[in-house]
Design a protein around this ligand. Sequence first.
Ligand code: SAH
Length: 325
Amino acid sequence: MNPLERALRDRIQAEGPISVEAYMEACNAYYYATRDPLGVSGDFTTAPEVSQMFGEMVGAALADCWKRAGSPNDAIYAELGPGRGTLAADALRLLRAAGFGGEVHFVETSPVLREAQAKLLPEAHWHESVEDLPARPLLLVANEFLDALPIRQHADGTERRVKIAAGGLAFDRDGTIVETSPARFDAVTAIATCLAAKGGAAIIIDYGYERTAPGDTLQAVRGHGYAPVLANPGEQDLTAHVDFEAVAAAAREAGAAVTPLVAQGEWLIRLGIEARAQALSRANPERADEIQTALARLTAPGEMGTLFKVIGLHSPEWPAPAGLE
Ligand code: SAH
């Protein structure tokens, strides 16, 4: 039993069952603080780790947006949960080539991942929460960030909790599950408030659904496979699908404009990822197969192409990011 499971059991024994929200928050804080979970030897692989093309498309979309907004020189590149910093490094290559000279700001709580990010982007500034980002025009990206923030579950109208049972931890009730996420609401509200006040655009990529609907989407991933959600607390990645209708509503309420939701594959193709793959293959013929495989992984419907979705938030005074308008 790891120290987290010990602490959770002590807490439940002392205070009674804890909410799914408190459980997920405690597990993910421990999980990300104690490891780099990305890549073949870790638990899961994200789009920027599949290919440099992903970050390049994000960078191209943000650079285009920034130029069309008049290239404001006080704009910053901001990323939420930047993982190893791979996406930021690939996107910033494009942004710098387009003349963007702004600062780099990361929202990251994990000391292990901050260290990895500092190796690639030593000039970055780190923050604990989205509310701490400076009030400046934002070129913001969040890939697989909102899915890691804690959700609340209600089962037939009553908040669902985690209790101690014979074999380990168990849910205190079942029923029709409705999920909400105050943590996501707060993050989206903070981004949208800054966009409305200072300008900028945000690209949010995650797996999720377009319309609010009941359903239990809490899942655990370990070693590239699904695992029981209450097993091994803090040793597996806990995520829940993002309710993009709730994201859009929170953003609008805070004064940002919101684009339609687009499937990741379609968005990348609209931005020209196929031409980029061809150019990369011509320049590196020995890697042509690998580049083709990565392209399919990012865009094919059976892979990340339709499971993952993209939404843009922007200042009403800024254009919508390309591929999402
Ligand atoms: N965006 C990266 C990593 C995704 S994993 C990629 O695509 O590869 C989730 C990231 O969010 C990690 O960097 C993790 O440390 C960070 N994270 C998780 N919960 C967080 C929180 N509450 N506040 C800030 N960062 C968090």
